[in-house]
Design a protein around this ligand. Structure first.
Ligand code: UGA
Length: 437
């Protein structure tokens, strides 16, 4: 039968909620985004995105004008008429590595209080195996009216920095549901995205999300270990990963060696999966190693610099790139946090630059460091520079300027931004990851 737009409410306007909301509005649905943060809602009502994400603000503004997308702090009004409610609140990590479900619990209670008709609740947040059943129970216990609430798990696979693109060009949409009817409604909602759908049960959908992120993290730690061996035997990890990736069974993605993975997903989801396994008396040895390798990898650049200089005390060190990856201003679990903390401990004078992340970085980085308004400013008179994020602006910066601006042109490149042949044309001492110096 014909496709019809639905009334959709989304609770939580972080990366997942806001991108999902704007994209669902773009394909025709009427979307209301609910968030308890008044300041954030005010900003979005004025057409501004609280996060730096390519294409998002334009998509928001376009669909707000078309009256398909709105923002509110009023959960009652926001949920009342909804056919489907998405839960996209944060599921951060507790200090012990388990998942903090407080925000999900609050969302479930709000939904239970305010729904007045049958509704499907779709969980987008990453939830440990078994949690969707708990969400359903929380809603059932708090329901005020005689309505039916179905819970469907629809995990998110978008990457920050290309979240809008990924929503329209994903490899798959996973729908985990108890009933086929509910699964089919969610499939229909997503039909205009034209992305292949895989329907399964809720447990499987929960596991697919964790296993996928754990596998990608494993690829990264694997190639970083290979890189560390390459350094010792004089091989080039770029060539090695290219050669490996030609095998379709291996695939060329996520084999980029560097200073390890960061962000709000891989570190959190890998430790949550280790805990989850522990809870059923399975020692997930492989994944524990993946995490250890990553923690170690974040420190390797400072170790290299210490070896090179002896002492870093008083050295002026430029940090180029702060975000955990390019095209985002997200600082969560960024390698720069570890690297800068170590450099400050070593009493280096740090001057940092990032095209977009400085505002978010300032409150969480040590107060003693300075910030450059441009790459030029950060590099001027530096004794060494660390590249921590592979922004295009950094990759395109003329090496001749690096040579002339710096006190001594010594680069520690944690993202392998430059070709070795290119570097060799300049008088630059270059230390990268898993490649000959
Ligand atoms: C990741 C997954 O890629 C998404 O599919 C998933 O939906 C998301 O987590 C999530 O769970 O919400 P994201 O964290 O946004 O997405 O970013 P990625 O592009 O995956 O990068 C993660 C980290 O790995 C970055 O620090 C990046 O620099 C690093 N990385 C990535 C490498 O060091 N090497 C690579 O080859 C690839």
């Amino acid at each position: 039968k014909g496709w019809q737009p639905l009334k959709i409410s989304i609770i939580g306007t972080g990366y997942v909620g806001l991108v999902t909301g704007a994209c669902l509005a773009e394909i025709g649905h009427h979307v209301t985004c609910v968030d308890i943060d008044e300041q954030k809602v005010g900003m979005m009502q004025a057409g501004h995105s609280p996060i730096y994400e390519a294409g998002l603000e334009a998509l928001m503004q376009k669909n707000m004008e078309a009256e398909k997308l709105s923002f509110t702090t009023d959960s009652r009004g926001g949920f009342q008429h909804a056919d489907v409610i998405y839960i996209a609140v944060g599921t951060p990590q507790n200090p012990d590595g388990t998942t903090d479900l407080t925000a999900v619990e609050v969302a479930a209670e709000l939904i239970a209080q305010h729904v007045v008709k049958d509704v499907i609740v779709v969980t987008k947040s990453t939830l440990p195996v078994g949690t969707n059943a708990w969400v359903k129970e929380q809603i059932r216990l708090n329901l005020r009216r005689d309505v039916t609430v179905e819970v469907v798990h629809n995990p998110e696979f978008l990457r920050e920095g290309s979240a809008v693109y990924d929503t329209f060009n994903g490899d798959r949409i996973v729908i985990g549901a108890e009933s086929r009817e509910a699964a089919l409604i969610i499939e229909k909602i997503n039909e205009p995205f034209d992305v292949p759908v895989f329907m399964t049960d809720i447990n499987n959908a929960e596991m697919i999300k964790y296993a996928s992120n754990a596998f990608l993290a494993t690829k990264i730690s694997f190639i970083n270990e290979i890189a560390n061996i390459c350094e010792k035997i004089g091989a080039d990890v770029g060539e090695v990963s290219y050669g490996m990736g030609l095998d379709k069974r291996i695939g060329s993605h996520f084999l980029q060696a560097g200073i390890g993975y960061g962000g709000s997903c891989f570190p959190k989801d890998t430790s949550a999966l280790v805990h989850l396994a522990g809870g059923v008396e399975h020692d997930f040895e492989l994944l524990k190693s993946v995490i250890r390798v990553n923690n170690h990898q974040q420190a390797t650049l400072v170790d290299k610099a210490k070896q090179r200089f002896g002492s870093l005390a008083g050295k002026r060190i430029a940090i180029l790139g702060l975000a955990y990856k390019p095209n985002t201003d997200d600082m969560r679990e960024a390698a720069s946090l570890t690297v800068i903390e170590r450099l400050v401990e070593e009493k280096a004078a740090v001057i940092a630059y990032d095209p977009h992340a400085i505002e978010k970085a300032k409150p969480i980085l040590p107060r003693s460091i300075a910030y450059g308004g441009s790459l030029q400013e950060a590099l001027t008179e530096a004794d060494a520079a660390f590249i921590l994020t592979e922004w295009d602006e950094i990759k395109r910066f003329p090496l001749s300027d690096v040579e002339s601006l710096m006190n001594s042109p010594i680069l520690f490149d944690g993202r392998n931004c430059f070709q070795l042949e290119e570097i060799r044309k300049h008088n630059i001492e270059y230390h990268s990851v898993g490649r000959p110096s």
